[in-house]
Design a protein around this ligand. Sequence first.
Ligand code: IMP
Length: 433
Amino acid sequence: MPNIIVVGTQWGDEGKGKIVHLLAKDADVIVRYQGGANAGHTVIDHRAQYTFHMIPSGILHPGKTCILGNGMVIDPAALLEEIELLESQQIPVRENFLISHRAHLILPYHRAIERANEKLKGPRRIGTTGRGIGPSYADKMGRTGIRMCDLLDPTGFRKILEANLAEMNLLFNRLYDAESMDLEKIFETYCGYGERLKSHVVDISLLINDLIDRSKTVLFEGAQGTHLDVDHGTYPFVTSSSSTAGGACTGTGVGPTRINEVIGVTKAYTTRVGSGPFPTELLGDAGNGLKTRGNEFGATTGRPRRCGWYDAVAVKYAVRVNGLSSLAVTKLDVLDGEPEIKLCTSYLYDGKHYTDMPLNEAIINSCEPVYEVLEGWETPTSGATLYQELPEPAKRFIERVEVLAGCKVDIVSTGSRENETIIIRNPLVTEKQ
Ligand code: IMP
């Protein structure tokens, strides 16, 4: 059976949650490979509405193994809260849920450092989600991180925590003018989390590779989006992890030769939360229609998302850096009723047209988006389940998305519910066996 990666092609919030949930039906294992509780998505199935931050939404399908990969940074308090909330909605999370022993932890000092740092940065602040993601990844790379496996060895855990906290408290006192953090309190609290989570902690690389050997299907779930990737995104206005397809391998311990396809989820327009360049942004009232109709408010922070037209330059870049095999276009219905639909085909800067993403932040910041204007459609696409049902202008939009991206569209989402979807080809049940 094919193993696939699902990634976002824009700045996150493309509707990956719904697509992953849909594809998860035909997968055996769903694994998140990067990020942490900075992600957030809502899934509506026939029973209720559920909000996810870390746990793959595949958990809603009985019997699927859901895994948090080693590439993630896990806040155990937030994770336990998420488990409890889902359990209160009658989802038996603990029966099918595993965590990599190599996943890094978020500690209270990570959140505190992030808050202080963002404040210090002033206008150059990233506009982070405030979940301690960046500082935890910084510790991982600085080789002072604390991992899930450390939590299961209280003596070792205490030693690393003691050393880290000594440094952190110096920073708090001398640089940030903040209170010291108490070692005993953090140690006790985190040992408690360790006790509650330890039965889920395993070597996921061993497990997933073994499952692939036994012809099981694995779905690698990316969080955030291509342009928030720490290497390939609009640096420094990015998250701190590898949200592109390559992250799926390092974030799980599964080699690239074991993965068959990469699906890029792309919204029919563009949104972005937090600071950073956004060439097709519609400022002021212009973006409000999309914001309201698309309900563009963050599932994690509740922040309103910045909205703008579809950016084909950004998506073409995502096709390249992820090696996408196909696209899933979401929220087509949000464009219903627009008299005309715009797609940005190049960026104009200093008299030069850029059809490939420029590397220079100044160009992305100050370029003028050049648009191709398509006729809108009056017949609603909302809830459509067959491609033939779409009005002709909507089909033309999808066709232009394909041509400009150089990648075919397999799935079109026409509403937030599971069944409001057009599946042209299901990458998990066709071909590549
Ligand atoms: P961090 O991931 O909290 O460090 O935030 C870094 C940047 O990524 C900020 O601009 C956030 O708004 C953005 N970001 C992080 N996670 C998401 C997400 O799931 N969707 C959209 N934007 C995100």
